[in-house]
Design a protein around this ligand. Sequence first.
Ligand code: BGC
Length: 367
Amino acid sequence: MRRLTIRGIAAVGAAALLTLGTACSNEREGSADTADGKGFAKDALVGVALPAKTSENWVLAGDLFTSGLKEAGFKADVQYAGASTTVADQQAQISSMVTKGAKVIVIGATDASQLATQVAQAKQAGATVLAYDRLITNTADVDYYIAFDNFKVGRLQGQALVDGMKAKKPTGPWTVELFSGSPDDNNSKVFFDGAMDVLKPLIDKGDIVVGSGQTGIKQTAIQGWKAEIAQQRMDSLLTSTYGGGKTLDGVLSPNDTLARAVLTSVKGAGKPIPVVTGQDSEVESVKSIMAGEQYSTINKDTRKLVAETVNMVKSLQKGDKPTINDTKSYDNGAKVVPAYLLPPVIVTKDNAAESYAGDPKLAPLTK
Ligand code: BGC
């Protein structure tokens, strides 16, 4: 899989917005046409297949899809994959949405490469397939991708790690460990590549030293984004590499769940707290940031991502092409998937109040 460059697009500047094809906004009330530019019934069924609840954002997304799609007049079938049988669950859920006649199927893939058969079924039945947050790979049957800019997320994490370490100890070398997400999630590599875009030049110069020498994505991956696996890996790294008072200055963690697992491990070992990055703005991590433990997270406002996805569904219903702003970055191995990317925001203790000002759940935590 390649991620083509052109980072400038990531800013989601209004100027970069472009709409593919001709917009025809004729309302097709009661029409049961296929989604290939012809629209479909205003009260059609929309399927939403989400992965297991590996982070709070998925839980919130499910609730928001149920309410947002209903509010827009659609019928919603929102399903989660189970915790242990994730791939088979999701495959069966998508097939069932196709059988029930869903006109759009929104998928947060549990395993990017295991859904080609189901999305082919969806296409044959005339449904439009939207990859939500995570890309679906090796199939030309995915129509659109909607997500926060994942490469930018990784770059922000890498930069936060550097900034946090510099704030504590102005000159290097700094000793770090690297963690990446689940190998079956296409985002994991994109996050890692983004972070390494910032960190690798510093590693090459010797300003940053990866204590264990584990710098490859395979060595750093955490299967299933599971906290317990991250904690075990951190425990063994501390034993193997950080005995005898050796300092660990920072840990690149790809999300909040894993960041807290790393912090639990470090605290359990009685070590000083390193700079630890994260992502998702989970409640416990925002509390940890405000308490001066976790250093950073990323604000990817799920409310915005779901609202934009519902907007895409509304456009499809009318027979319009949805708005996209990236036609280059997401080659899924079979095609470059047209994408709508939203800008992620880095959050530390310094800008938490400002970042979460409009968020009823998080704003009170920053007071
Ligand atoms: C999402 C992250 C999330 C992770 C684990 C990724 O695909 O983009 O926001 O932390 O999955 O659920």
